[in-house]
Each structure stands twice: as C-alpha cells, then as structure tokens.
Design a protein around this ligand. Sequence first.
Ligand code: SF4
Length: 364
Amino acid sequence: MIARFRELFEQRHARARALKRQGRKVVASFYGLTPKELVHAAGMVPVQLVEDRDSRYEAKGELLPYLCGMSRNLAGQISAGVLDYVDGVMVATVCDTNRHLLDIWVRRRAFPNHWLVRTPAKDDEGGLSYFAGELRRLAAALGRVSGQPVTDDGLRGSIALFNENRALLRRFHAARPTAGISAEEAVYVFAAALTSPVEEHNALLRELLAAPPARAPRPEPRLMLSALNLPMALDVIRMAEKYGASVVTDDFPHNARYGSAEVPTDGDPFRALARGYLRRVPAPGLYPIEDRATWIRDAMDRASAQGLIYLVQLYCDAYAFEYATLKGRFDRWKLPHLKLEAEATPSSIEQLNVRVQSFVESLL
Ligand code: SF4
C-alpha cells in the first residue's frame, strides 16, 4: 500500500507527462503560499516543485554558489528539461532568493507562464482584502491559460477536496506514532500529496486509513524531525535509525499547509481562501512564531517525542532566522533539540553523522 505513495512521488514527472498526453495542463508551485485550489478550480493540476538529489542539477543551474541548494537544484532541474511538462509556475515570496529566482525564470523563459503570488505579511482586514483581490487576479490569469474560468462554485468544490486531503493527512499524522508505518514511508505518503492529483491522493489515503499496517514497537529515543528538504529528511531519518532512535513525527514546512486548519467554505470563496492561507502556512517571516513554536511542542507531546532534530538548508537565511527565534522558545521549555545545517550533497550529509549520533545518545 505504502509503495503506491512512493511510486506516485518517484514517478511524478512521468505521471505528469501522462496527464499532459490526456490533455491536462500542469501548474507548479514554489512554496506553500500558492493556493493550489485556484489551479484545480481552473481545471489544471497543481504540483509542488521539490528538490531532487542528483549532482547533475547542481552544475546545470548556473546560479551563484552561495545561493541555497533548493534554488540551485530547481534551476538545474529546469535546465535538464525534467520539468518540461509545466505550463506555468506560481511563486509566492518567502525570501529574496526565491523572489529573484522568479525573475531569472522569467528572463530565461523557463516556463510558458510565470505568476508572482503577492502575499501580504499581515492577516488584518486590509491584508485579507488585498489577498482576496490578488487571488481573483490569479484566478483570471489561470482561467485564461486553461480555458476554464474559475467560478465561485468551482472554487468551493476545489476547497472542499483539498480540505478533505488536509483532514485525511491530519488523521494520518495522528495515527503515525503508533501505526506500523516507518518514518521513511511517512515521507512518501506526504510527498505524494505535493505532486499528485488531489482526488487520487485522497482515495489512497482513505484506503490506507481504513486498514493501517499493524502496530510495530518503536525504539527509544523517539524523535520529531523538522525539515524543508525531503531528500535530506530521508537521509537524517536513516541516520537517526542507524543510531537506534525512531522518528515518530515530523514537521515539514510544506506540510503544515495540509495539516493546519481547513480553509473555511462559507461566504465568498476567494475571501475564504485568503483567510485560510494568510499566516497559516509556516513560511519563515510570514507565520506567527509563537504559533509555530507551540505547534512543534504540541506535536512532540502528542507523539511522545523526546527530542527534535531541526534541519536547515545551508545558505538559507530565512529558515536560519526562524530557528534563531524558535531556539529561544525551545530553550525556555527545555525542549531537547539539535539544529543541523547542510546541503543536499553526500559529503555535507556525511558530516552530520557524528552530531546525530551524539544527540541520540544524549537522550538515552
Ligand atoms: S527559504 Fe531558504 S531554501 Fe527556500 S528559497 Fe529561500 S533561501 Fe532557499
């Protein structure tokens, strides 16, 4: 069963091309503040751009070496032609790097369409109205590309489908600490949500939740992993398990968009969508830090996790700044945690081994 999620994720490019052959259009998102419901309501398939471990991409990106690996990797994937099926990309600003990556993509004509999602940092009435207007502008642009205008009812239907996905993923995360699903398998369940049609992922999740694998005993110490980069997350999970720990829950910043509260479905759907997204997606600088710190602590409590590994992408100021603030909260709560900073390269990851081992041993 889990293998099907893994296949969905690992075969994502081939599957997207198959959808194209069936006449579907595919729109990519760079980070979570790009509402996929709009893309779905316009009759297209939303997919998240995710990092892919392959050294060829580093060289092909032709970006400055001190930019984050995420940006260089995505630029490399574009140059290598693996995203040739993408009809347009939506980029929501998280940091200066990703904002200007969009400019580079526009200049290089990386995709047939490029949209900047201008997301306000405030969630007051002014921010909400502005963002609802921005979503209407995006919806009109998406409708012109697909030929299917986004209607209020269509958008409500799409919101309901993604809400179902959020609710199912929340149930999955609640079951995970005690179900017989390994941390590695859980990454694929989640990653498939980012890159597959929502209807397909919902059906698979329902099937999985109806008959979860039998409970397996978990070795201690039990850990939570916070990570942006999925290939790096898999490396750290394997490392922690090698030293006898188990990762029983996770905090993938892409993920909280699904795991957080559902988007409201009453009233004007554009305002509802704006309200649902504003300051809910845990993008650094755009998310109330107290909420994020508390969410991590509560998730650890629910999973009986004794320690947290907080994995930051090297050269990523946004997440580094966020960690600096979170650390104050974690220290005050005496929450054992280990911050790791690395690139998604074998040598960079290899250096983490000793630190992970020491952290695991400190919790025994
Ligand atoms: S948030 Fe960090 S990892 Fe993401 S694009 Fe910006 S610098 Fe790169």
